[in-house]
Design a protein around this ligand. Structure first.
Ligand code: 4AD
Ligand code: MG
Length: 462
């Protein structure tokens, strides 16, 4: 048995005499000359393998001529060079076994093209389409590449908790964790009553593994977390999910410059792996989803990232001719429209630094001016912010007053404060939203189409 990827890309000289492939039928066409041409796909590559089934096969009339899109088959035969355009090889079948029939009356993925919106209704079947298949292979490539990169850079893969009592971002909207007994609930049990807290205190699903990551960076020097992250923000946009995956490196003895350099090396490495190892899928995105994507990403790999301070960005935004929906002034958070304008201005990725402390979380290091923090966001054209990070506040007294300002109880975060008490070091890190990275690489416009099972307000089918 070999994959269709292997069968499609086999060298003529090395073609094995007899092979077996397994997959799902995309189309079937019968020729007058007594053959059926069956396009089979198994998800290992974008293209299908053409299976040529001769009328002599014993199940030709009964089964092969009844194959429709979605049926699963196992075919054996000889792999030959194909005379047809667009494929190097084809399989001359000596047997085609039908494993599972597919009701053509009800199967939604017929030849007609469906909108991505429509496909979201069939989250269980949409990976069988060209686009979603390609997205998921690229998503896999990026995920594996993330691990490769950090392993090579000497970062330890750290598993931070999903259920936590700490609130890293202080953004407010979180998913509370509680236990429910449905019978007791019906009898009036109050699961949110503090006496019912399973862990003895209120807990929620993590919004970021950073704070826990900092504790391990203060021991193992370099760590990264990579896992699901949850935010109950009620924003129905094309770049927000309630459940998304985030990779968060954290490094001791790093300052903001080290952090920015790491982020740039990291993104370039991931992009390079996508171009090299998903070339067929990338060519598909380049022609079907966003024209010029490959050249755009190659240019990003070849050039140093642009840098700009928040203060300079606000200056540019307030003096340009563009009309924005949300007005900007020093101290306001930047909106998607502003990020779009700025990345358009530099024509590529942009690292924005030195944001006002008033709009950033308590853990970011306060700069000498007393007004800004050592923060960095990486913005890319089309998507906006894909990375958010900073150098962390390592000074005990400054951290204390920042926590007070933010209304945080130092006693609740005693373990975090301890790190500044026992051998504190400058350190820094950032978070990359995996889905936003996939969006950028593929050119997919809606974040719901780059995660297998999107969770957004009002939507979780299964
Ligand atoms: O900028 P954020 O909120 O930063 C943090 O959580 C830091 N604690 C990270 C760190 O320094 N270790 O989120 C980081 C990134 C964003 O740039 C974005 O790419 C992604 O996470 N992100 C989301 N992606 C999808 N849906 C959402 N609701 C997201 N919120 C953030
Ligand atoms: Mg952010």
């Amino acid at each position: 048995w070999i994959t269709i990827d292997a069968a499609r890309h086999a060298e003529a000289a090395t073609l094995p005499k007899s092979i077996e492939i397994r997959g799902w039928v995309r189309t079937r066409r019968d020729s007058k000359g007594g053959f059926s041409f069956i396009e089979v796909n198994d998800g290992t590559c974008l293209g299908n393998l053409q299976v040529v089934a001769p009328a002599e096969l014993s199940n030709y009339a009964d089964e092969i001529q009844k194959l429709t899109a979605g049926c699963s088959v196992v075919a054996t035969g000889e792999l030959k060079e194909s005379p047809a355009k667009g494929q190097a090889t084809e399989l001359h079948a000596d047997a085609v076994r039908v494993i599972g029939w597919c009701d053509g009356e009800t199967y939604p993925l017929q030849k007609k093209r469906h909108s991505f919106e429509k496909l979201r209704e069939w989250a269980h079947l949409r990976p069988r389409t060209n686009t979603l298949g390609a997205v998921m292979r690229v998503r896999n490539r990026i995920s594996q590449s993330i691990h490769r990169f950090y392993d090579e850079e000497g970062f330890y893969y750290l598993h931070t908790p999903i259920i936590t009592a700490s609130d890293c971002e202080g953004a407010g909207e979180m998913f509370r964790v509680t236990t429910v007994d449905l019978d007791k609930l019906a009898a009036g049990d109050k699961p949110l009553d503090p006496s019912r807290d399973f862990f003895g205190k209120p807990t929620h699903l993590t919004v970021s593994g950073q704070l826990e990551g900092e504790t391990y960076a203060s021991a193992l020097s370099r760590v990264y977390t990579f896992g699901p992250t949850f935010r109950a923000e009620n924003s129905n946009t094309s770049r927000h999910l309630a459940e998304f995956w985030m990779v968060e490196p954290e490094a001791a003895f790093f300052d903001l410059n080290d952090n920015m350099a790491l982020a740039e090396r990291f993104l370039k490495r991931v992009f390079t792996d996508c171009l090299n190892e998903c070339s067929e899928d990338m060519a598909f995105f380049d022609s079907m989803i966003e024209k010029g994507k490959i050249a755009q990403i190659q240019a990003v790999i070849d050039k140093p990232f642009e840098h700009m301070t928040y203060t300079d960005a606000v200056e540019k935004l307030t003096t340009c001719d563009e009309k924005f929906e949300y007005p900007v002034q020093w101290g306001t958070d930047l909106q998607a429209e502003h990020e779009k304008y700025l990345t358009g201005l530099v024509g590529g990725p942009l690292i924005l630094t030195d944001y006002p402390s008033s709009i950033k979380p308590f853990y970011m290091r306060v700069s000498d001016d007393g007004k800004t923090v050592a923060a960095m966001d990486v913005l890319v054209p089309g998507v906006g912010e894909i990375i958010g990070g900073s150098q962390r506040e390592e000074r005990l007294d400054v951290l204390s007053s920042r926590m007070q300002e933010a209304g945080l109880d130092e006693k609740e975060y005693w373990w975090y404060v301890d790190l500044r008490r026992y051998g504190t070091v400058p350190h820094a890190g950032f978070g990359l939203g995996l889905e936003r990275a996939v969006q950028y690489v593929t050119g997919m416009t809606n974040i719901r189409d780059v995660i297998p099972f999107p969770r957004t307000p009002g939507s979780a089918e299964f």
